[in-house]
Ligand binder design. Sequence first.
Ligand SMILES: NC(=O)c1ccc[n+]([C@@H]2O[C@H](COP(=O)([O-])OP(=O)(O)OC[C@H]3O[C@@H](n4cnc5c(N)ncnc54)[C@H](O)[C@@H]3O)[C@@H](O)[C@H]2O)c1
Ligand SMILES: O=C(O)C[C@H](O)C(=O)O
Ligand SMILES: [Mg+2]
Length: 618
Amino acid sequence: MSNFSRQIRFTSSMIRGLQYRISRSFTTIEGHRPTIIHKQGLDILHDPWFNKGTAFSMTERDRLELRGLLPPNVMSNEQQIERFMADLKRLELNARDGPSDTNSLAKWRILNRLHDRNETMYYKVLIAKIEEYAPVVYTPTVGLVCQKYSGLFRRPRGMYFSAADRGEMMSMVYNWPADQVDMIVVTDGSRILGLGDLGIQGIGISIGKLDLYVAAAGINPQRVLPIMIDVGTNNEALLKDPLYLGLQQHRLDGEEYIAVIDEFMEAVFTRWPHVIVQFEDFQSKWAFKLLQRYRNSYRMFNDDVQGTAGVAIAGLLGAVRAQGKPMIDFPKQKIVVAGAGSAGIGVLNAARKTMARMLGNNELAFESAGSQFWVVDANGLITEERENIDDDAKPFARKTKEIGRQGLREGASLVEVVREVKPDVLLGLSAVGGLFSKEVLEALRGSTSTRPAIFAMSNPTTSAECTPEEAFSIVGDNIIFASGSPFSDVKLGNGHIGHCNQGNNMYLFPGIGLGTLLSGSRVVSDGMLQAAAECLAAYMTEEEVLKGIIYPSISSIRDITKQVAAAVITEAIEEDLAEGYREMDVRELRKLNKDELLCYVENSMWNPDYPTLIYKKD
Ligand SMILES: NC(=O)c1ccc[n+]([C@@H]2O[C@H](COP(=O)([O-])OP(=O)(O)OC[C@H]3O[C@@H](n4cnc5c(N)ncnc54)[C@H](O)[C@@H]3O)[C@@H](O)[C@H]2O)c1
Ligand SMILES: O=C(O)C[C@H](O)C(=O)O
Ligand SMILES: [Mg+2]
């Protein structure tokens, strides 16, 4: 559409200006160029990208034929937000007993309606109050939203490709109005958080992830696209629900399934050759296969496999430092992992590689690193005796002889494994709420570590393997604790605080996406992912980790994302993958020193400021 192309042209010239500024100084003052639009009056007020509501100045109201269409008192940005927040604050006052599902959903509705009518203000609120509202637009409330999506759906957001669209996708992509899309988050709804198959309703997770792309990575909201690929659902309740909005058929499988995803990938990359596609919440069965299928030919990554792995590595290294040891001691950690799905296996592979690198990066080192992990799934401890073992889990199956010596056996329960292994780290990616029961946590008291670490990473809150209260009260005040969904810190008896870190892939995926975009790399390489993880690990100071703070606060997510993106770009340049982005071609990119690169990243981030609007006839 012409609006979009105009916007894009302006952004290009802004980047040119930016290059100039980078060469002159490192200030980040963004000149606000006007935006030319081709609509007037009510059409503007009904367009969430241009609507400023009561904040339209009188001159703009005259210029855009808005006079009389709004109440006369022009509000400042601050007043506008204050008026909006009043609704949300009322809800908070009504929720004295803590957040209830009804209350969280009510907050989501209020924010979602704002998103529908005024994008700039929505992101202004989200960025300014990310600590308060990430739990509403992202985990845990987004889980609830997905569970109820068929009922909550009002206005469409994003695109739906279904099994019924086979053969049509190449033309369907042109129904999306934007000529430029930077970031797609796609799901098939088959494993939404720890809530299982939610079919088409899983689109909520793509929307939530992209909200973080805008808020944390400053991706322009006009260039993000949430996508749901509806290949059916195996959720019997949804199949029977007459109000379910998706295809009421069982999921496609095998070649038929792959054909749909192949067609989708070809279609989106034909229309937007530079887009980055993040795969989200695909059941493990497909997560790895699709990643292997596409990662060398498309700009894509799987957040659950690769983003989670990096966040876990950063946390695991933080836990080593919190024990007062150097990171290089990581290969000595004994790690029990509960869950061998896309997330668990992703973490295991990355942790093993990291250990192997520290041990000398040879075959022997890789073998030796493998012996630091004990993996427990729904059928207990995984050993070489396991029948029909998944190829992805096979490298982590324990040898029968070895575990015999440890007093363990195939299928041993989690509590038995923890009791016998006495691990330094207990990490859960099982999607089973409460899996780290009193018995399991009591067994962890026998850990040989001075500061055992517990990662209850499953989402949403109801799927967390344990709460921080349970962990601190049963295992002890000295533990390190992280959970996937947010929990409050715990007050410990001695007046100290038991820190509840949020170990969530939100600390990496926005930076991986932004870094890939700005580097112009055609693929997301292992090295780029590793650089992202190392950057997050290095973000925490010695003082913080010794206090048990191994992940940053979400309030600094924009800064973390900037650093991660710069690390990803640097690695892409080093691996000769970078091709540059728009006017910042790779030669220019190579010339930037570290500070200049950070400045370039920051200047490339979209900020939620109302642009001056100028009307021009189409
Ligand atoms: N914190 C994060 O950033 C993050 C990132 C990705 C995924 N996750 C969470 O991880 C969870 C798992 O995701 P996934 O894609 O790997 O799911 P999945 O369903 O593929 O895997 C779950 C695994 O847990 C195992 N399991 C089930 N019951 C168990 C039990 N009683 N004891 C031990 N293991 C058991 C299953 O056998 C399977 O191996 C989800 O809740 C998801 O929200 C969190
Ligand atoms: O969505 C999240 O909060 C993290 C992760 O991607 C998950 O699937 O749980
Ligand atoms: Mg996910």
